[in-house]
Design a protein around this ligand. Structure first.
Ligand code: CO
Length: 460
């Protein structure tokens, strides 16, 4: 019998994030939710990553309400989110009470699958999120942040997978955020993981370097169960390979693909118009759609590449793009070869830009890089360059063990502080994650309601 390969659709989250910096408002994809729901996906990735931040910061949307609306429109498809372990959605570590309540509320509001990763692959940063996901009745997808370096070996990845299974993972995800995994690496790693654990494996990659289609194909040959793809108008470049193309090729090779072609056709027709509008207003830049083999050297993930571009554009320094890209792997090596994924990708990227614009390395250092050097992000894959670490820390002490163990609970205190301003625990969580953005959002929400209210009285 033909082996089945399942698909995760990323247009609502990763494709949206990688190509247009997550600027897709709810009403732009709402008309397609029923169609996506009928298409036969394993899951729709729709939340987490930058969606939460951008909803509050730029779109004036309540991310929780967005999730509930998606849930309502898509009763038949598993909704998937991405969670940065102890970082949840932010850029630093949170106390356990926040992580637990966040996971619980995400599941209550509609999430079925939580893909949990840690930027350093330090599993002690994933444990609380994994356990809470399982206890809340959702699927915990234990995730490897894939990277290559002198210290990242297949044995280490297999060891990590076994630890994730111990923690309750029901699926394993290999997350190749930079699109640097080649077909042979995929074949070998998937085979090794299949040998080590009896769990479904999902491979996530990006088309950035052009390897993705080949990588997926060899991963499928090695037994991968699920692949992440984006509907064609939002595919390619820094996004995922096209859903329809993978379905076509896999069927031709005799694999079973349950996607409904009339649904994917309707989605493609619809999202083509959406994409064209983002091209017309300059949000979707041609560079994001191009194949860039430099990433095989620089290991810059999709989201990071577009962030780097917009950062330099804002500073009127687009001419420094190549230089900043070249500096990135050097900073990464100094920092002990962290995989480049949020938040380490931002930290390394911002530092590389600083080093280039300052004309002197580590002259200015962000507070995040400082915290990283103190050990607050966990154990680095290799030691941080001792001289650079020493100069950054300037005598400050270093954290031993799990940083979150040193953090005091935050939920109860925030609830009390916010009082009436927070209408539910979801508001409290938004506030803890993004205090300034959430506060502004609460004020705007109140003002909007008062305006509507006055208006209706006048009308009456
Ligand atoms: Co991704």
């Amino acid at each position: 019998m033909a082996r089945k390969v399942q698909f995760v659709e990323t247009v609502l989250r990763d494709a949206n994030q990688s190509l247009i910096a997550t600027r897709l408002p709810f009403e732009k994809f709402e008309p397609m939710l029923a169609t996506i729901d009928k298409a036969g996906y394993y899951a729709a990735e729709c939340w987490g990553g930058a969606t939460f931040d951008v909803c509050l910061r730029y779109l004036n949307e309540d991310p929780w309400e967005r999730l509930r609306k998606i849930r309502k429109a898509m009763p038949n498809t598993k909704l998937q989110m991405l969670l940065r372990g102890q970082n949840v959605l932010g850029y630093s570590h949170y106390p356990d009470d926040f992580v637990k309540l966040f996971v619980k509320k995400a599941v209550e509001n509609g999430i079925d699958v939580i893909r949990i990763f840690d930027a350093l692959n330090d599993v002690k940063n994933m444990k609380v999120a994994m356990e809470t996901t399982v206890n809340s009745g959702a699927i915990a997808s234990g995730t490897i942040s894939y990277t290559t370096s002198p210290v990242h070996t297949q044995e280490k990845y297999v060891k990590m997978v076994k630890e994730l299974k111990e923690m309750g993972a029901s699926t394993i995800c290999i997350k190749d955020m930079a699109g640097i995994m080649g077909p042979k690496e995929a074949y070998d790693l998937v085979s090794a993981i299949k040998d080590a654990v009896d769990l479904p494996i999902d491979l996530h990659t990006h088309s950035t370097t052009g390897l993705a289609f080949m990588t997926y194909l060899k991963a499928v040959e090695a037994g991968v169960d699920i692949i992440d793809t984006a509907i064609s108008p939002f595919s390619g470049g820094t996004s995922q390979p096209a859903t329809e193309t993978m379905a076509y090729a896999l069927r031709q090779l005799g694999y079973e693909v349950e996607l409904d072609d009339s649904c994917t056709k309707a989605m493609a027709d619809y999202f083509k118009t959406v994409r064209d509008a983002f091209i017309a207003d300059g949000t979707l830049m041609p560079k994001a759609l191009a194949t860039d083999t430099q990433c095989l050297t620089y290991q810059v993930p999709g989201g990071m590449l577009s962030n780097l571009l917009s950062q330099l554009k804002q500073m009127n320094a687009l001419d420094k793009f190549e230089e900043a890209l070249a500096e990135t792997p050097k900073v990464r090596a100094d920092m002990g070869y962290p995989p480049l994924v949020t938040p380490t990708s931002q930290m390394v990227g911002v530092q590389a830009v600083r080093n280039v614009l300052d004309g002197q390395r580590y002259k200015t250092v962000s507070k995040e890089i400082k915290a990283y050097c103190r050990g607050e992000y966990g154990t680095t894959p290799a030691p941080i360059d001792p001289a650079i670490r020493e100069s950054i820390l300037a005598g400050e002490s270093v954290v031993e063990g799990r940083y979150a163990d040193t953090l005091a609970p935050v939920v109860e205190e925030t609830r009390a502080k916010l009082g009436d301003m927070a209408r539910c625990d979801e508001d409290v969580l938004s506030y803890i994650a993004f205090p300034n953005l959430a506060e502004k959002f609460f004020e705007d929400r109140k003002a909007k309601e008062e305006n509507i209210c006055t208006y209706s009285i006048v009308e009456a």
